[in-house]
Design a protein around this ligand. Structure first.
Ligand code: ZN
Length: 381
């Protein structure tokens, strides 16, 4: 990725067809004089299918309770699970649609969306159906991931293997039959899904055509990056506590590391993922928001870019690449989106800025003038 000046971009229907200087006149044009044009952001890790917000837990954390302690008191993921099980599909759809409107305004043109607050067959399917319904009618492109393995629901708290059986024997076959998910994700972490359970869930998913991705080594080194390498997961996400062996496993197997600095920031922690170690080992880096009601109420990719520059010490061009083409690659969409190239979809942000260095500098004020999705101007400030 590089920065070019005095360029014209010709769009026909939904595609970029020509890039260069002094190109032909067109009917409709947007004057981008003194403006920056970037690819639309691709956010490859979000949990947007929930109902109520969880600001009470946020305040408990500020008073010194840890995320793990709050989860043990019945808060955390299980709090959102009881909500999602109660509400009907149309209520869930309405909340999800509003959230997608906001993502689009902040320049996200493609977004991965996980289920995982249902944790039974009916409510996981309801969540994936909600993603499908919103995606059909919204400009943003939503890429669905089944995440029944997000936590153990209350009714299986003493029978973890029973829940893994339910995921493998009932949920995955039904999700596959309905064709409403592309990826299969597991929260592989001590206290959540262990390495053997993770391997089983992802392998069964693969047999049913669901592509593996993984929450790995967030709270401690749980050997989950090793598993990501072993099963050829497309990406391993979080990685705050990844070991050197884990980094080598990612590098040796071409697994993308999706880093989520918003979560570390929102939780008030300081253990950011070891970006430089991963980069020096040759691991490709993607960036995502990890938007969810508990550990990261952040929807803005420009803010994530700023956090990455400040805390991960990323160069701005590397951060923009990680939030566009590399995140597109983690969703296996890099042939279609994620960069400004002839033949690709015209998913673009027109910024009221003239230097890329200004994106992280304007940290809480995203000067986005237009967002184009599939060649259509879908947002004007
Ligand atoms: Zn997550």
């Amino acid at each position: 990725m590089d920065v070019r000046e005095n360029i014209e971009i010709i769009i026909e229907k939904d595609r970029i067809i020509e890039i260069g200087c002094d190109l032909r006149k067109v009917d409709n044009s947007i004057d981008c004089n003194q403006m920056l044009v970037s690819p639309g952001f691709v956010d490859p890790h979000t949990h947007p299918v929930f109902y109520g917000s969880r600001e009470d837990e946020f305040h408990m954390r500020l008073q010194g309770h840890s995320y793990e302690e709050i989860a043990a008191l019945g808060g955390g993921i299980l709090n959102s699970v009881s909500d999602v099980r109660k509400v009907n599909e149309s209520e869930l759809i309405s909340r999800l649609r509003t959230r997608m409107d906001r993502f689009l305004k902040m320049g996200t043109t493609t977004i991965e969306c996980k289920s995982g607050y249902g944790l039974n067959t009916k409510s996981e399917l309801k969540s994936l159906k909600a993603i499908h319904e919103v995606n059909m009618r919204h400009h943003i492109d939503m890429i669905p991931t089944f995440m029944g393995a997000h936590a153990f629901p209350e009714e299986f708290k003493d029978d973890h293997e029973g829940y893994v059986d339910l995921i493998c024997d009932e949920m995955i076959p039904e999700v596959s039959k309905q064709g409403i998910a592309i990826f299969n994700d597991v929260f592989c972490e001590n206290g959540y899904f262990d390495v053997d359970q993770t391997r089983r869930i992802l392998n069964v998913g693969s047999e049913y055509g669901l592509i593996p991705r993984l929450h790995a080594d967030e709270f401690e080194d749980s050997n989950s990056a090793m598993i990501a390498g072993e099963i050829n997961s497309i990406t391993a996400d979080h990685l705050m506590m990844v070991s050197n062996d884990g980094i080598n496993a990612l590098s040796d197997n071409g697994v993308i590391a999706t880093l989520l600095p918003g979560t570390t920031f929102f939780l008030g922690k300081t253990n950011y993922a070891p970006y430089l170690k991963l980069k020096n080992a040759g691991v490709e880096i993607a960036l995502a928001t990890d938007y969810n009601p508990g550990s990261c109420n952040i929807q803005s990719m420009p803010f994530i870019i700023a956090l990455s520059c400040i805390y991960l010490k990323m160069d701005i061009l590397d951060a923009m690449k990680a939030g566009t083409i590399s995140s597109a690659r983690s969703l296996m969409l890099d042939k279609e989106i994620g960069s400004i190239e002839e033949g690709k979809k015209a998913d673009l942000i027109i910024w009221d800025l003239n230097r890329i260095e200004q994106i992280p500098y304007t940290i809480n004020n995203h000067p986005i003038r237009h967002v184009l999705k599939n060649g259509v101007n879908v947002f004007t400030a």
